[in-house]
Design a binder for this molecule. Structure first.
Ligand code: 2IT
Length: 448
């Protein structure tokens, strides 16, 4: 049995109830086989793959909080510190009702490779809670964040572990989390969290960064074919922060976003989501209703209940911006039948492994999320740099660096593929490039 298969099998035996974690392990490890085969003796001796699939630390804690009626509740909090070979643990916090340890481990593992691709010194971590923010009042959100931080503070720090937002955690939540951290710790260490408000150490362009970066990455992919965003149609899912940034940049560059989605279904806006419609997405998120049909009500377009756009709406590019595993094998089949040529994954792991294999076998160009959405965490890295230097850069400066980082990620991928004599496969290339830096750092630092 190959080294990779041994490690995949052992990981399966050890984590039988963690399908999402196993999904990403299988996807990543199988695609780095050219690198592993080339250096197998050294990697084996140093148990690199075994160490790569075992988180450094998994913290699980109780989060009690009081609702507005004086009733107490208890949720579970998590922080998985996966790998700090190349820098302090870095990654978002997700508040969503179906979050569990499996979700946290898959996200933290992905984050390790993604952060490596940004070229900035950040290790991989992820955290969150099964707290459901939908329908909660502002005061309830604040009390939950305070309770969450009352435990988390002892595990994080500007040089140790730097959380940020993810689903259910935006600027408001980061503000409450930071306030509580500062109250407990005393020092004004604003580099402990990213995604902060501008008045207390946040970075311009961080809110837009994931969606902007995803669009810049796509520009690199398209430019290889002599194409651009202009005149193309896009199906997006979600309507949160990430979809908002993408819609804003795509419409600025002359593309047309024709779908958004929510847990209730999707909207089809043939005129395109642009200008004030993009701004309205922010209101939809702030309302805490979590319904996309509000958009159709406001702008008078079509709303399709209980469905996703995948395979139902034809477009030049699909950009899932909602959550993991939203494109299943059936969706992939319909997508191929419709003739959609490009899948630019923005949400983390939006495609199942079966769907991914089908798309790639049928000529769909898939750009993987760990490259495409890396602009979010990269700009968090730029926020950390500004905090360390006690500086704040202009929007143009941050945007320029973000663009150059996204271009650099694409170059790293093509360089990695070239070095193994492989054709243009962005999924394999991203994993190979992400792996190389982390593995080199682990080898250099010895077994610990
Ligand atoms: O999935 C992600 O990369 C994020 N949620 C952003 C993490 C960060 O630290 O900015």
């Amino acid at each position: 049995m190959t080294y990779i298969n041994e490690v995949i099998n052992a990981t399966k035996d050890k984590n039988p109830n963690q399908p999402q974690f196993l999904q990403t392990i299988e996807e990543v490890l199988t695609s780095i086989s050219p690198a592993v085969e080339q250096n197998e003796r050294v990697l084996r001796k140093n148990v690199i793959l075994e160490r790569l699939v075992e988180p450094d630390r998994q913290i699980i804690f109780r989060v009690p909080w009081m609702d507005d009626n004086g009733v107490y509740h208890v949720n579970t909090g998590y922080r998985v510190q996966f790998n700090n070979a190349i820098g302090p643990y870095k990654g978002g916090l997700r508040f969503q009702k179906d979050v569990n340890l499996d979700t946290m481990k898959f996200l933290a593992f992905e984050q390790t490779f993604k952060n490596s691709l940004t070229s900035l010194p950040m290790g991989g971590g992820k955290g969150g809670s099964d707290f459901d923010p939908v329908g909660k009042s502002d005061d309830e959100i604040m009390r939950f964040c305070q309770s969450f931080m009352t435990e988390l503070y002892r595990h994080i720090g500007p040089n140790m572990d730097v959380p940020a937002g993810d689903m259910g955690v935006g600027g408001r939540e980061i503000g409450y989390l930071f306030g509580q951290y500062k109250k407990i710790v005393g020092d004004y260490e604003n580099g402990v969290l990213t995604g902060k408000g501008l008045s207390y150490g946040g970075s311009l362009i961080r809110p837009e960064a994931t969606g902007f970066g995803a669009t810049y990455f796509l520009e690199e992919v398209l430019s290889r074919k002599g194409e651009s965003i202009e005149g193309k149609t896009f199906c997006l899912s979600g309507f949160g922060n990430v979809a908002w940034g993408a819609a804003k940049k795509i419409s600025e560059l002359g593309g047309k976003v024709i779908t958004l989605s929510g847990p209730d279904g999707y909207i089809l806006d043939k005129d395109g989501v642009s200008a004030e419609k993009v701004d309205y997405m922010l209101e939809m998120r702030a309302s805490n209703r979590n319904l996309v049909k509000d958009y159709a009500g406001k702008f008078g377009c079509e709303f399709v209940a209980g469905a996703k756009p995948w395979g139902n709406v034809k477009a030049d590019v699909y950009m899932p911006c909602a959550r993991q595993n939203e494109i299943l094998l059936d969706d992939a089949k319909k997508m191929v039948a419709l003739g959609v040529p490009i899948l630019n994954e923005v949400s983390n792991m939006p495609t199942t492994n079966e769907a991914l294999a089908y798309l790639q076998a049928n000529g769909v160009l898939v750009a993987p999320s760990k490259a495409v959405n890396a602009g979010g965490v990269a700009t968090s890295g730029l926020e950390m740099s500004q905090n360390s230097g006690r500086l704040s850069w202009s929007a143009d400066e941050v945007d320029r660096q973000l663009r150059s980082i996204m271009k650099g990620i694409h170059t790293q991928i093509t360089d990695a593929l070239d070095s193994y004599g492989m054709e243009y496969n962005l999924v394999a290339g991203a994993n190979l490039a992400g792996f190389k830096k982390v593995a080199d750092a682990m080898l250099a630092q010895g077994i610990y």
